[in-house]
Write a protein that binds this ligand. Structure first.
Ligand code: HEM
Length: 442
C-alpha cells in the first residue's frame, strides 16, 4: 500500500479532469453529491481538476491514515489560491514544516484545559442571553441567529471584544468569508475582490484591538491575551503582522464551523424527538446545577455520543487540501509530486465497513458496547488528524456541549413546515432556508 519504487510505471487514479482551466470546480462548489457520485463511479481514490490544479480525492480511513501520518514527508498543507490569499501568509493553516510546528505549539497555549476552564462561564452567559432572545422571538430563522451567537462567543473569547456593539465588524467578516472558496478573479464585483477589501479593513480593526490591548497587558482572560504574552522556544513573541493573521484565522475557524455543527444538532434533534428526550432525561438524571464546569460536562456521556454522531453525519469541514511534495504510491496508484490532494471527511463517515446503516442518525453507535469508530483508526475525523489536527477541537467541543446542554434542558423547538431543509455544503453545511423554527421554553 505505501511508498515508491518505480513510480513511472504506475497508473494515475481513474477520474475526469473536466473542462479546460476550470476543470470540475463548478460542480465541486455547487453539487453536494460531487464526491459521492465520483466515488460510486471510480472508487475511493480518483482524480479531478479543482481550482486550477490537478487534484486527487482520497476517501476512507486507510487512505486518510496514509495521508495524515505522512504530513511533511509526502504531503504538505496547500489551500486553494483564494483561501491562501484571504487567510494571509502568517496564518497557521498556511504555514508548513517546522515553522508550522513551532507556531502551533505557541498558539495551543490559548486552548489548554486551564484556558478552557476560564472560557466556560462566558460561553454559558452568552448562551443564556441568546436563548432568552430566541424565546422572545418565538418564530425565527435560526441559522443566521446561530451565526451571530458563535461570532459573539468567538469575539469575546478570542479577542475580548463585544461583537454586538460593532455590527460593521461582523458584516466585514461575512463578506470576507464568502470569498474564501472562490475562483480568484480580481474584478471589482467578484466575491474574491470584495473579500480582499474586507480583509484589509478587518486587519485594520484587529490592529486597533491589539494596540489597545498592548497598552493594558493582562487585562482579560481570552486567547488574544494569552497570545500577546506567549513566547516561542527562543523567547520570541509574535509580531503584530503575524498576530493579525492568526487572530483572523481563529475567528474564522472558531465561528463558521461551530455554527454549522450546532445548527446540525438543532436540525437533527428536531427530526429525532426520541434522541432529544433521551438527552433531556440524561440532564434530569444528572441533576447538575449551573455553572456547568468541565467536570460536569464530562459526565454527560449520552450528550457526547449525540454530538459525535452530529459531527459524523454533517461534518462542518468537508475535507482539507494537501500538496504531494514527493511522488508516492497508494493502493497501486501514482500520486504525482506537485498534485493537490483533497481528503474527504463526509464520505469517510459513510463507510459501511465501519458504520452500520451509516445513513441513519444513531448516537447509540458510539455507546461503549458498540463503539463503531474504534474498529479502525481515522474513521471518525471531523477534526482531521495527525500534526494538523484541529487546534480548536477542545474549544469547539466545549462550546457545542454547553450550548446543547442548556438548550435541551429548558427549551423546545419545532420545524416550520414547507421549508427547504436540503443542505448547502459550501463553505460549511447548513439548511438552504436557514432552519425556520418555533422556539419556546418548556
Ligand atoms: C465543530 C467545530 C470545528 C471543526 C469540525 C473543525 C475542523 C477542523 C479540521 C478538519 C481541521 C484540519 C484541517 C486540515 O487537515 O488541514 C481544522 C484545523 C484547524 N482548526 Fe478547527 N474545527 C472546528 C472548530 C475550531 C475552532 C473553534 C477553532 C479555534 C478557535 C479552530 C481552529 C483550527 C485551526 C487553527 C486549524 C489549523 C490547524 C493546523 O493547521 O495546524 N477550529 N479544524
Amino acid at each position: 500500500m505505501t511508498t515508491t519504487h518505480d513510480e513511472r510505471s504506475l497508473p494515475l487514479p481513474p477520474g475526469n479532469s473536466g473542462l479546460p482551466v476550470v476543470g470540475e470546480t463548478i460542480s465541486f462548489l455547487t453539487d453536494p453529491d460531487f464526491a459521492k457520485k465520483r466515488q460510486q463511479q471510480y472508487g475511493s481514490i480518483f482524480k479531478t481538476h479543482l481550482f486550477g490544479r490537478p487534484t486527487i480525492m482520497m476517501i476512507g480511513s486507510e487512505a486518510i491514515r496514509f495521508l495524515l501520518t505522512n504530513e511533511n514527508h509526502y504531503f504538505s498543507s496547500s489551500w486553494p489560491y483564494s483561501t491562501r490569499v484571504l487567510l494571509g501568509p502568517a496564518a497557521l493553516s498556511i504555514q508548513t514544516g517546522d515553522e508550522h510546528q513551532q507556531r502551533r505549539k505557541l498558539l495551543s497555549q490559548a486552548f489548554q484545559p486551564r484556558a478552557l476552564a476560564g472560557y466556560a462561564s462566558t460561553i454559558e452567559n452568552i448562551t443564556h442571553s441568546y436563548l432568552d432572545k430566541w424565546e422572545r422571538m418565538g418564530t425565527l430563522t435560526w441559522y443566521p441567529e446561530l451565526r451571530k451567537y458563535t461570532f459573539d462567543v468567538a469575539c469575546k473569547l478570542l479577542v475580548g471584544t463585544d461583537a454586538t456593539a460593532d455590527t460593521h465588524f461582523s458584516e466585514l467578516f461575512e463578506v470576507w468569508c464568502e470569498g474564501l472558496f472562490t475562483i480568484p478573479m480580481r474584478l471589482p464585483w467578484t466575491k474574491f475582490s470584495r473579500a480582499l477589501r474586507s480583509r484589509q479593513q478587518l486587519l485594520a480593526k484587529i490592529e486597533e484591538i491589539v494596540l489597545q490591548r498592548q497598552q493594558q497587558p493582562n487585562s482579560s482572560q481570552d486567547a488574544l491575551g494569552i497570545l500577546l504574552q506567549a513566547r516561542d522556544d527562543d523567547g520570541n513573541s509574535l509580531s503584530l503582522q503575524e498576530i493579525k493573521d492568526q487572530v483572523l484565522t481563529l475567528l474564522f475557524a472558531g465561528h463558521e464551523t461551530l455554527t454549522s455543527a450546532i445548527a446540525s444538532f438543532c436540525l437533527l434533534l428536531a427530526q429525532h424527538p426520541f434522541v432529544l428526550l433521551s438527552a433531556r432525561a440524561e440532564q434530569q438524571q444528572l441533576g447538575l446545577s449551573e455553572p456547568l464546569t468541565l467536570e460536569y460536562l464530562k459526565q454527560m456521556t449520552y450528550l457526547e455520543q449525540v454530538l459525535k454522531e452530529v459531527l459524523r453525519v454533517f461534518p462542518p469541514v468537508g475535507g482539507a487540501f494537501r500538496e504531494a511534495i514527493k511522488s508516492c504510491e497508494f493502493n497501486g496508484y501514482l500520486i504525482p509530486q506537485g498534485w493537490t490532494i483533497l481528503y474527504q471527511i463526509g464520505r469517510t463517515h459513510q463507510d459501511t465497513t465501519i458504520y452500520t446503516q451509516p445513513e441513519h442518525f444513531d448516537p447509540q453507535r458510539f455507546a461503549p458496547e458498540r463503539a463503531e469508530d474504534k474498529s479502525k483508526p481515522f474513521s471518525h475525523i471531523p477534526f482531521g488528524g495527525g500534526v494538523r489536527e484541529c487546534l480548536g477541537k477542545e474549544f469547539a467541543r466545549l462550546e457545542m456541549k454547553l450550548f446543547a446542554a442548556l438548550l435541551v434542558r429548558e427549551y423546545e423547538w419545532e420545524l416550520i413546515p414547507r421549508q427547504n431543509l436540503d443542505m448547502v455544503m459550501i463553505p460549511t453545511p447548513h439548511p438552504r432556508d436557514g432552519l425556520q423554527v418555533k422556539f419556546r421554553r418548556r
